[in-house]
Design a protein around this ligand. Structure first.
Ligand code: FAD
Length: 456
């Protein structure tokens, strides 16, 4: 067995792992980055980036259909899936190349292969032992299924959905969370009939309830069918499609069933528990510094309980790298991490939902405003409906911002600063938002919270 020694060994080169490696190298550490597939991980290759390319194609399809409304002669002539694939793959490979170059330029040693933790300081990859003063686990997640529901044939996960070489005519989607609604939105814009099946009472069930209701109205208007509060009971596949059975006796017939019921941590059979890294339902147990139960071994990204988001992984990776370099980095709590559901319409939120804020502060101690995008000039121009909802503690800070409408994901950065910095509406309301931008809607919500709405 060959042996190499580094300051830091990172297992998994997805959002969390590569961010840790890049930052540690920048801080002068020698770093080994072990990856069994492609640097960039889920987000770059089969997650955030390629799905957003599909969503952009879907948006162009919708705009083309509506082009006459904007005085442009055009006609929607259908989807050329080979061209969509080329566009999607071009984006991913360009970003992949860029990332490989960046990793190389920082002097990081990449090691290809499947790693296994064999001690608190060593990962084994084939016949190599890769040792570090510290180890960061960043092995990511996989698409979960339901007990008894086998993936295969016409029952697919997001990974196969991305790579379809045809536009399905009729799709059933199991799960109305972020990934389920994202694909539903794309397929609907491409001309498919879509039915979402969600066991909870709302689509995007982790969002503020009133935003979920706005979202449901928007999806209904788009002709996306959904069944809420119903449980899946089984599926049968036949040559041309699937028949999905629900516990209430209903059935849904479709060409494909997309299973989008969440993602599980990829932590089994990697030596973690043997070395003493404690797991809880598969997730790695960590302390406030993201250190596992084995001193010197850290975990970042989707294997850490909480939100499974690429930007959370980036932030955790940077945090651990800086901590190990003796710096004092800021750790953003999950509640103050911005969340965006990419679909038509988009949902973006940060901080407490109204229900959680009521639980924490009491309904009588809150002011809640909803500013309708109907009053926002830019939203009119681009033809989107939606709202910005903001919540403050009376005579206190803004504790939650929740938005729905086209491109509201682009507005969440300001909202995050406001919520994370415990800003008071009176202090932020005077700041100027350029006109006409959708950003003004956020400014209007803060003015309303401060008791001086301009247009509301
Ligand atoms: P990963 O990105 O999964 O990386 C883990 C890496 O570790 C992989 O490259 C894997 O090959 C490697 N690995 C695993 N085990 C081993 C081993 N034993 N040895 C060597 N290498 C190993 N998040 C967002 O913030 N925005 C979005 O828009 C978004 N869209 C998404 C859309 C879809 C369809 C999906 C599936 C996910 C999406 N996500 C999105 C979530 C995001 O992709 C994840 O939160 C993020 O990738 C997690 O990063 P990670 O580093 O924890 O894991």
């Amino acid at each position: 067995m060959s042996e190499q020694t580094f300051d830091l060994v990172v297992l998994g080169a997805g959002s969390g792992g590569y961010a840790a490696a890049l930052r540690a190298a920048q801080l002068g550490k020698s770093v080994a980055l072990i990856e069994k597939d492609k640097v960039g991980g889920t987000c770059l290759h089969v997650g955030c980036v390629p799905t957003k390319a599909l969503l952009h194609s879907a948006e162009v399809a919708d705009v083309t259909r509506e082009s006459a409304k904007y005085g442009v002669a055009g006609q929607f002539g259908g989807i050329d899936i080979a061209a969509v694939t080329a566009y999607r793959e071009g984006i991913v490979s360009g970003k992949w190349k860029g990332l490989q170059g960046l990793i190389k330029s920082r002097g990081i040693t990449t090691i290809e292969g499947t790693g296994r933790l064999v001690s608190a300081t060593t990962v084994q990859v084939g016949d190599q032992l890769v040792t570090g003063t510290n180890v960061i686990l960043a092995t990511g997640s996989y698409s979960r299924s339901l007990p008894g529901l086998e993936i295969g044939g016409r029952v697919i996960t997001s990974e196969q959905a991305l790579a379809l070489d045809f536009v399905p005519k009729k799709v059933a989607v199991l799960g109305g969370g972020v990934i389920g609604v994202e694909f539903s939105s794309v397929w609907k814009s491409w001309g498919a009939e879509v039915t979402i099946i969600e066991a909870l009472p709302h689509l995007v069930p982790n969002e503020d309830e009133s935003i979920s209701k706005h979202f449901e109205r928007a999806f209904r208007r788009r002709g996306i069918d959904f069944k809420l509060g119903v449980r899946f009971s089984g599926v049968t596949q036949h040559e041309a499609g699937v028949v999905v059975s629900l516990e209430n006796g209903e059935t849904v017939e479709a060409e494909l069933l997309l299973v989008a019921v969440g993602r599980g941590p990829l932590t089994a059979n990697l030596g973690f528990e043997e070395v003493g890294v404690q797991l809880d339902r598969g997730f790695v147990v960590v302390d406030e510094n993201l250190q596992t139960t084995v001193p010197g071994v850290y975990a970042v990204g989707d294997i850490v309980p909480g939100l499974q988001l690429a930007h959370r992984g980036f932030q955790q990776g940077i945090y651990v790298a800086e901590k190990l370099a003796g710096l004092d980095p800021i750790r953003v709590e999950d509640v103050n991490i911005p969340k965006v559901t990419y679909s038509d319409p988009e949902v973006a939120s940060v901080g407490l939902t109204q229900a959680k804020a009521e639980e924490k502060y009491g309904a009588e101690n809150l002011t809640v405003v909803e500013y309708n995008l109907a009053g926002n000039a830019k939203s009119h121009i681009i033809g989107t409906a939606g709202v910005v909802k903001a919540i403050r503690v009376n005579e206190g800070p803004v504790v939650g911002v929740h938005m729905i409408g086209a491109r509201v994901g682009e507005l969440i950065g300001e909202a995050q600063l406001v919520v994370d910095w415990d800003a008071y509406p009176e202090d932020i309301a005077p700041y100027i938002h350029a006109h006409p931008t959708q950003n003004e809607a956020l400014g209007e919500a803060f003015l309303a919270l401060a008791g001086k709405p301009l247009h509301g």
